[in-house]
Design a protein around this ligand. Sequence first.
Ligand SMILES: O=C(O)CCC(=O)C(=O)O
Length: 480
Amino acid sequence: MTETASSAIRKSGRTRRRIDYAALNESHKIQELNKHPHIEQFEKFSKEQQTPLKELVCLVGGVEEEEGEARSHYDENGEFTDAQLQKLVNDTKLLKPILIRGANPRVPATYNARMKVTFEIPQYGIEEVTAKVGPERKVPVMDVMTQNNSPRWDMKRWCEYFLLDGPARDKIRNVISLEISDTELGGEITVPKVVTDMDLVLKLFENDPALADLLESNGVFPPKVRKYILMSVAGSYTDFHIDFAGTSVYYSPLSGHKQFILIPPVHRNLEAYKKWCLSDEQNNVWFPSLLKPLTGRDKDRMHASGVPDAYLNNGFVVDILPGDLLLLPSMWIHAVYTKQDSIIIGGNFLNLLSLESHLQTYKIEVATRVNDQFKFPNFVKFVWLIAYYLMSSSSSDLPPDAFQRRCFQNLVQFLKEQWAYVSSPKREQREKTAVAKIKNAIPNKIIGDVAPFLRRLDVWLASLGETEEPAPAVKRRRLQ
Ligand SMILES: O=C(O)CCC(=O)C(=O)O
């Protein structure tokens, strides 16, 4: 079947319970009714934060930086370049959020001339955005109270709504799922080079023209997830979620003020997250209330078992302002509050450093029954193709390090599990649609028959040598 280059909706798609309006105090004004009930807890969470931001994220630029050691991020000319950013990504293995203040040269009021990363988004207001996206363009508009998307909006209607003064808006509404790669505006956006360099799906299409032809002639195209425009009015709130397939994210406001709560993806937080997603009360429960505080002893124990230091916190708030560039690592659980009307460009990408987390998130999505329309388009097919690409492009000149070998082992293990699911003798007992889906995801025309392909992958893995640590895939990266 031919695939379309579809884009994905970014937020979890479970039908949520409506807020119990009757239970709210009757004397509340309309505007209070319009305030998402979690915003109060969000603000409380923010006030209670004690750890300075620069200890929680890699912070480059901005006033917070001056006293810190962040100066070491700059090169000998005092500039922060693509090479500097790539080094930060490699050093942190993209496990820790990276926040670069004043990174977008097209936001002059905050631009820091030392920021020389290849990245650029014109600072348009809502009317220019409308003209460049197209007034007729359909827009998925989220009703913040229910967190559900409503159809029937086009960009022109959305623009009129966005331009209203706060009190004149009937409800608080948010747009977070409009992908614009194919629009005039999309053409004017330069995604940060580091992101483009890391994007695994782009590598399939851009590093090897023969492979790109093969993919396209088989109806496989890159999914449209690289350039979203988000347009949020003040008071918007997006409840806790993990981005589809644990994709890493770049996020850069052109205007407004956003606050994120970021919760690290350690095992116990992810377990709480799964339970919360499956609960009927999800909409009424403030997710952080389900998390056990992380004590000093917990931290020592987790540190000793190899949990990354970047994950050893209780979650924190970060303010994101015009011109900032946030790189949000894979699988971090986050909620977002809009303090002022905001326009943002952001995008999602799969990458080798986070491959293990992508696979883990996919399993969480299956366990929490996320609807296909909210998943990374054709994720499993891309995992097969990524394995094919990595094996074909791997070179003995540059043997992978232990981290990469572990990541390849996990990848192969995931594919074996997929294949075992559809080919085991117990197949009849499996859900038919699930089996059909997994089978359809196998790109046989490209990889050939599965069994010999998996054998080739095993031979390839063996040729890469042993990992240095015993049973490392589980031990070193175990999340607690
Ligand atoms: O800005 C927002 O309201 C939500 C952004 C976000 O977390 C997402 O799109 O994944």
